[in-house]
Design a protein around this ligand. Structure first.
Ligand SMILES: *Cc1c(COP(=O)(O)O)cnc(C)c1O
Length: 227
């Protein structure tokens, strides 16, 4: 692995090339540094090299890091969110990628209203049917989306997914395509969603080719997490 700066440069280049290959503009793709387990000092190296948004998986870990990093970056929640953490999540995060149930939507709505703000969300879809994966089923998606769209303090930006892990990035392609098709299907029903949060270190180029507007990348920027 090179330096964080060098890694970041290489990832940005990879995103740009994949975008151009598929007739898209590189600026259409937002890079989110996935920073679970990464110490704040290392995150700040990336910030100094131009990273402006990070994605955290755990509310408490993010709160600790916020003490050090503060508003130098935008904070996204990309991990599983429990309803009892919704209050803190609404305070800290600008976007939550992991809305996966009506109960959580209702809790976020309630907390956001109390805070007098609107919280942006993406609905996480479980396309593999793996029980260990979070997310609403494709069948349950329209109902959850309709409910969330009707909540005044939620702004539904789009969809998020995590394919099963595979060494071969091409294995992820059908899942990314499926997420895009689900978005397009919702658009036919009058629900227009811009964002597709999909693609990680091993498969982000494929995700960009399939229409990702947000990629969440950890290892390729910060190195292995040592677990
Ligand atoms: C860890 C994580 C990522 C990034 O994974 P890498 O393989 O390290 O790039 C992306 N999204 C979510 C939800 C994660 O938990």
């Amino acid at each position: 692995m090179g330096s964080v700066r060098e890694n970041l440069r290489r990832v940005r280049e990879g995103i740009a090339e994949a975008a151009l290959r598929s007739g898209r503009r590189p600026e259409e793709v937002k890079l989110i540094g996935a920073t679970k387990g990464v110490p704040p000092e290392r995150i700040l190296e990336a910030v100094e090299a131009g990273l402006d948004t990070i994605g955290e998986n755990y509310v408490q870990e993010a709160q600790r890091k916020y003490e050090v990093i503060g508003d130098r970056v935008k904070w996204h929640m990309i991990g599983r969110l429990q309803s009892n953490k919704a209050k803190h999540a609404v305070r800290l995060f600008e976007v939550i990628h992991s809305l996966s149930s009506l109960k959580l939507a209702q809790e976020l709505q309630k907390r956001a209203q109390k805070e007098g703000r609107r919280i942006r969300v993406l609905v996480q879809v479980n396309l593999s049917g793996e029980e260990t994966k979070a997310g609403v089923s494709p069948e349950g998606l329209p109902e959850l989306i309709r409910a969330a769209v009707g909540m005044p303090n939620l702004e539904v930006l789009g969809l998020m997914t995590m394919p099963p892990y595979s060494e071969d990035p091409e294995d992820s392609r059908p899942f990314f395509r499926r997420l895009r098709e689900l978005r397009d299907r919702l658009a036919e029903g009058g629900i227009i969603l811009r964002e597709l949060s999909m693609g990680m270190s091993n498969d982000y180029k494929v995700a960009v080719e399939e229409g990702a507007t947000m990629v969440r990348i950890g290892t390729a920027i910060f190195g292995p997490r040592g677990r």
